[in-house]
Design a protein around this ligand. Structure first.
Ligand code: FES
Length: 342
């Protein structure tokens, strides 16, 4: 028994024997399909399932988030078809795989950015160079605490890293970062991971949407866009609850003043009083400003609810499914809930 899997861009039909994965069969037949680990860990093979059914064996959430799965994305290296299927690749020309690194770092900067967000700067002491794509994240281990994922706000290849870390009350790690971490402490960082990275070949306009510390990967993407002289229109929406949750505002306002192609919009969802800023939900603010996002790329990062509602809204405004790159920040409590509901 075999199922036929049509790969849109390759104009190819791959026959997949029962029990074999789509990627295995495609590679066996000489189809040049993007891949990396072949084990559901890197996300390089991530694809859109347009029709048909597949069963996926276990994979890392780094490679495919719950939100991406819900949007119909699959990992062909873990996908066994249960019917004929049609799939297409995501950014065939922009799949990236960076060498996995284990870095020893030293804390060289600690800045209280808001009442509950700390900007932590690390110097890489050994294990570099740390190549990653802007928008990816690493796993940081502080002393003997459990590792936690944080997005790099800094630039790929630099010898310093920047993380934005929000206090999660009752958490195992972030209270330590807020209250105890000090200059000179050592931190281990493993990575990079994540697929919501900047696609540098795209020359069309870009929407960036950040909620809270989702600003970290979005800052990395924006800085990378300017570093590579991307001249397309870029609009950054930064959504927070109230005034006291805003940070790095001067940084982005200065970039907006010095780049004609860049606009910066802040949106408060729960202002405590009168405000001259935009208020409401970030997704609604984007929908007020844009009526057709065909040809755009969007990068979203922040709390799951904000990422999901914004992705949904952008879809309704015509953005292509492979043009919306989302990184939802799940706390340990969120992950537990997802596991219980799986
Ligand atoms: S090849 Fe790495 S997740 Fe599929």
């Amino acid at each position: 028994m075999k199922y036929q899997v049509t790969i849109r861009e390759k104009d190819a039909v791959v026959e997949v024997p029962m029990g074999k994965t789509i990627l295995e069969s495609a590679l066996d037949l000489g189809v040049d399909y993007p891949h990396g680990c072949r084990s559901g860990n890197c996300g390089a093979c991530k694809s859109i399932l347009h029709s048909g059914d597949v069963e996926m064996s276990p994979y890392s959430e780094y490679a495919l988030s719950g939100e991406e799965k819900a949007r119909g994305l699959i990992l062909p290296c873990r996908s066994v078809p249960w019917s004929d299927c049609e799939i297409s690749m995501i950014d065939d020309d922009e799949a990236v795989v960076h060498a996995s690194r284990q870095l020893d770092c030293e804390v060289i900067g600690l800045e209280q950015a808001t009442h509950d967000i700390k900007i932590v700067r690390l110097k890489i002491l050994s294990g570099g160079p740390y190549d990653f794509s802007a928008g990816q994240f690493g796993s940081a281990t502080f002393v003997d605490l459990p590792p936690r994922d944080f997005s790099m706000a800094s630039q790929p290849g630099a010898d310093e890293l920047e993380f934005h870390i929000r206090l999660v009350p009752g958490g195992a790690v972030t209270p330590f970062v807020q209250d105890i971490l000090k200059l000179g402490d050592t931190v281990q960082v493993n990575g990079p991971n994540g697929t919501a990275y900047f696609r540098e070949n795209h020359r069309g306009p870009i929407i960036l949407a950040a909620g809270g510390t989702g600003l970290a990967p979005i800052k990395s993407i924006l800085d990378r866009a300017f570093a590579t002289d991307a001249g397309q229109p870029i609009t950054l929406y930064f959504g927070v609850r109230d005034e006291r949750d805003l940070y790095l505002e001067d940084y982005f306002n200065e970039l907006a003043a010095s780049h004609d192609n860049f606009s910066f919009v802040t949106v408060l969802s729960e202002p405590g009083g009168e405000s001259k800023r935009r208020t409401g939900f970030l997704a609604d603010a984007i929908a007020e400003d844009f009526s057709d996002l065909d040809g755009y790329k969007a990068y979203l990062a922040g709390p799951p609810i904000m990422v999901e509602t914004t992705a949904e809204k952008l879809k309704g405004l015509g953005i292509g499914p492979s043009d919306c790159h989302a990184d939802a920040f799940y706390t340990e409590a969120d992950k537990k809930k997802l596991e219980e509901n799986a």
